[in-house]
Design a protein around this ligand. Structure first.
Ligand code: HAM
Length: 448
């Protein structure tokens, strides 16, 4: 090839890909998302929770103050940036901090207490991407703010468990339960931990060595083998809990037993966010344990005050939706395919198209999910397309049908067809699809 021709060849750039650690939610997975949202909404509504959506980004201090400066999330995993005026903002890595900020900002303490809120939203963490760990992921979460009673912790756990059960995956998880006491209980315990680890620093992983001074509690749930062995030998938090914390925990366990919820006492469960007090819990995969917790939560009685509100107790829970979907698929659980079409409308010629357009609208208005082949392809090609969309019925309007005011309805599974009067098409199709399968538009009655 002559040299100047070579130079003129446009440079091949590789096609764009999603950024590392994030992914598209393609239509098939959306069916799972929709199903999960419906279950969550249903169970939350039943229990009196109302939906809240906080902004995708907040002032960075909202997360620093609540989740804790030394937590992995704040120290390593936040997407933080400055706006044009130099204010530090952060993409929300979790939901509780924003909800608490909102509770205080909107004076929700004057609402009937406790305030029960839920959310279904995307969150962002600069995590190391791997199976079940992404940089943008979805959570649903529940928060009860304004009252302290072990019966409320039990309620949160019950609803979380109920939702997992509705989704068909409750059986593959165990509920891990612990109490980390009040912050006063923990002051003495943290000193005991520091004393225990004194002189053993060299056996710890680099992360734990740096956590030892700032947040020794986190040493208990390190996944490194040597750290795990030491954690087993370390002083037990339960020996430092106050009488009140112990009684609270016992009462919670009584309520769980009363509701038939199985749990495993896990004295080293501490959670990765600093705001918890007393109850902490996680749902662990029975096969790989903590690696792939599907959700977790607990009580956070000090957080509202820490964030500038009046002292107000609270508790909550959140679960990861991608992990839920992966587990539903692992269990071979299929969800209703709400996007599947009922009818394909094929036509030939401009006059036929004129008849088809209002017919397509009419079918849709009647809850029949309809797709029209409105291009210029031959009827045969349109039928092949209908096959690919796996529709049960195709309506065909060709030149003869236009002339005679009729339409052909073809049963795609057996290949039989019949001719009906054009004005009867909608009724015929409704009969074939079945009233109960129609997808009617029903957002509820608005008052205009
Ligand atoms: P968390 O344990 O940090 O708690 O997150 C809850 C769940 O979100 C995890 O169990 C996991 O399923 C999912 N998740 C977390 N990070 C990722 C990731 N990088 N990729 C995919 N899924 C992920 C909280 O966020 C607390 N706000 C829960 C809470 C609510 N506590 C009280 N109220």
């Amino acid at each position: 090839m002559p040299q100047d021709e070579q130079q003129q060849k446009p440079q091949q750039t590789p096609p764009f890909q999603t950024a590392k650690g994030v992914h598209d939610i393609l239509p098939n997975d959306h069916e799972y998302h929709t199903f999960i949202k419906k279950v969550v909404r249903h169970r939350c509504r039943q229990a009196g929770f109302r939906r809240i959506t906080t902004p995708i980004f907040e002032y960075t201090d909202v997360f620093k103050r609540s989740i804790g400066d030394t937590s992995d999330i704040v120290s390593k995993e936040m997407y933080t940036f400055e706006d044009r005026k130099g204010r530090s903002l952060t993409l929300r890595p979790e939901g509780t901090a924003g909800v608490v900020r909102s509770y205080i900002q909107h004076g929700m303490n004057s609402w009937p207490q406790p305030v029960e809120l839920y959310y279904i939203d995307p969150f962002f963490r600069y995590d190391r991407p791997q199976k079940g760990r992404y940089r943008q992921f979805w959570q649903f979460g529940l928060e009860i703010i304004g009252e302290s009673d072990p019966a409320l912790d039990a309620q949160i756990i019950y609803i979380a468990n109920r939702i997992l059960d509705d989704l068909g995956i409750a059986d593959i998880f165990t509920l891990q339960l612990n109490s980390i006491g009040s912050s006063e209980d923990r002051t003495e315990y943290m000193q005991a931990l520091k004393d225990f680890y004194f002189g053993k620093e060299r056996s710890l992983c680099a992360d734990c060595r740096s956590r030892l001074e700032k947040n020794p509690l986190r040493l208990l749930d390190c996944k490194e083998e040597d750290c795990k062995i030491l954690a087993q030998l370390a002083p037990k938090l339960v020996d430092y809990l106050s009488k009140e914390s112990l009684e609270y925990h016992d009462e919670l366990k009584e309520y769980l037993e009363e509701m038939g919820i199985e749990y495993t006492e896990n004295p080293t469960l501490v959670r990765g966010l600093d705001y918890y007090t007393k109850t902490v819990f996680e749902f662990w995969d029975k096969t790989d344990g903590a690696q792939n917790a599907i959700g977790g939560g607990g009580r956070y009685d000090g957080l509202i005050e820490l964030m500038g509100g009046k002292p107000t107790p609270a508790c909550g829970f959140a679960a990861g939706i991608e992990r839920i979907i992966a587990n539903m698929k692992r269990q071979k659980i299929r969800v209703p395919q709400k996007d599947d079409l009922h009818v394909f409308v094929a036509q030939l010629g401009k006059e036929a198209k004129k008849m088809c357009l209002p017919l397509i609208n009419d079918l849709r208005e009647n809850g029949i999910k309809t797709m029209g082949a409105l291009g210029k392809g031959a009827i045969k090609a349109q039928l092949r397309l209908a096959d690919k969309f796996k529709v049960p019925y195709t309506v065909i309007i060709g030149i003869t049908e236009v002339r005679e005011g009729t339409a052909i309805i073809r049963d795609m599974s057996v290949g039989t067809q019949k001719t009906v009067k054009f004005e009867d098409v909608v009724e015929e199709i409704i009969d074939l699809i079945g009233d109960e399968n129609r997808d009617m538009y029903s957002p509820g009655e608005a008052i205009y």
